[in-house]
Design a protein around this ligand. Structure first.
Ligand code: F0G
Length: 364
């Protein structure tokens, strides 16, 4: 028996007409999507010229990242095709989403992770959702190569973004933004790792423009971590490194699609350093109350870089038209990786449990 509730609004329910599903597709959903688009007065002021900046807060999906949008579709379609098991390579968020949706579908989930390079929060998710967790002696790119090989010979469905169902689900974020703003934004900024998400957003924008549901496409600006920037450098990075482990990727699967989105939209790909990423993460949390994981902060760091004439930026923010609407996608929740901010947590103020002492210590 299936119960529908007021909140039964996953991305398949909301955008069924635009997705490759039929009446008989078994929908595996955790009510993902419909995430907040939060106006940022402080970033808007930094950009100036009446521009308005909005944060698409994808950390509020059920497993804490945008991956749930693609995973609802990938798992639903895999179940429709009779899969008993799914597999993915991951830097942590895809594996969390795959494990959760596979649990809900009562099928087996196997995740291949780069050993020692997954934040503890994400690793905990894979285990608690009941996945078989394999930590390989290699990086994400090695894991994805192995997953492709296994998917060719074994009866196990691959749910990485090389599975087209994933990008179909992820494109729904563009639909939501268009519906909320009444049109596509002028500029869309997001972090880039395996390059599926920038490709999916572009697909969504193109689709709604083609259907007359929007009047323009945004300029797409993608940001890679400086130590993991194959698209920016136009070459495979054999040993990618960055504090933003989610985007520690040297050979992105959707490289060509990302280049197409950037070229067709008149956008750019650029890099941000680990220091810029961590500064942006802290800035966003302490100024706008939005705590995101480091990879997600690459979009905010990227916007700030585009504003700075001394930064060597690939795209100058003064090219944004006056009054532009700018959307930054922040892809995953900050609580996924609290270790990265532990240095900030060292300065607690020790006190006796006495009112007068506390008032003295807080300067009252
Ligand atoms: N931000 C976060 C939080 C991510 O987890 C990822 C990718 C990205 C950005 C980049 O998106 O790969 O579509 O360009 N994480 C993948 C994973 C690789 O395994 O969870 P992309």
């Amino acid at each position: 028996m299936s119960f529908r509730t007021l909140h039964d609004r996953g991305v398949i329910a909301r955008y069924r007409a635009f997705l490759p599903v039929t009446e008989t597709t078994p929908v595996v959903s955790l009510n993902e999507g419909s995430t907040p688009l939060i106006h940022s007065p402080k970033l808007s002021a930094k950009v100036g010229r009446n521009c308005q900046v909005f944060i698409k807060y994808e950390g509020l999906n059920p497993t804490g990242s945008f991956k749930d949008r693609g995973m609802t579709l990938a798992i639903s379609k895999a179940v429709e095709r009779g899969a008993q098991a799914v597999i993915c390579a991951s830097t942590g968020n895809t594996s969390a989403a795959a494990a959760a949706y596979a649990a809900r579908a009562s099928i087996t989930c196997i995740v291949l992770l780069p050993a020692g390079k997954i934040s503890f929060g994400k690793l905990a998710q894979a285990f608690v959702y009941g996945a078989k967790v394999v930590a390989i002696d290699g990086n994400f790119d090695d894991a994805l190569r192995l997953v492709r090989e296994i998917g060719e010979t074994e009866p196990i469905a691959v749910v990485n973004s090389i599975n087209p169902d994933r990008l179909q689900g992820q494109k729904t974020a563009s639909f939501e933004i268009i519906e909320e703003l009444g049109d596509a934004p002028d500029v869309h900024i997001l972090p880039v790792g395996n390059a599926g998400n920038i490709s999916a957003y572009w697909m969504g924008y193109e689709e709604f423009l083609g259907l007359g549901r929007s009047k323009k496409n945004p300029v797409m600006l993608g940001f890679q971590a400086a130590g993991s920037a194959p698209i920016f450098h136009k070459r495979i990075i054999e040993a990618p490194e960055t504090v933003a482990t989610a985007i520690r990727i040297g050979n992105p699967a959707s490289w060509d699609k990302a280049n197409e989105a950037i070229a067709k939209s008149g956008g750019a790909i650029d890099i941000v350093t680990d220091a810029e990423i961590l500064a942006a993460q802290y800035w966003l949390a302490s100024n706008e109350g939005i705590f995101v994981e480091p990879a997600s902060a690459a979009s905010i760091a990227g916007l700030l870089k585009s504003l700075d004439p001394a930064s060597g930026r690939a795209y100058e923010a003064n090219r944004f038209p006056e009054g532009s609407k700018i959307v930054c996608t922040v892809t995953g929740h900050g609580l996924k990786d609290p270790d990265v901010v532990k240095d900030l947590c060292g300065s607690v103020i020790p006190a006796k449990a006495e009112r007068s002492e506390i008032l003295r210590l807080i300067g009252q």
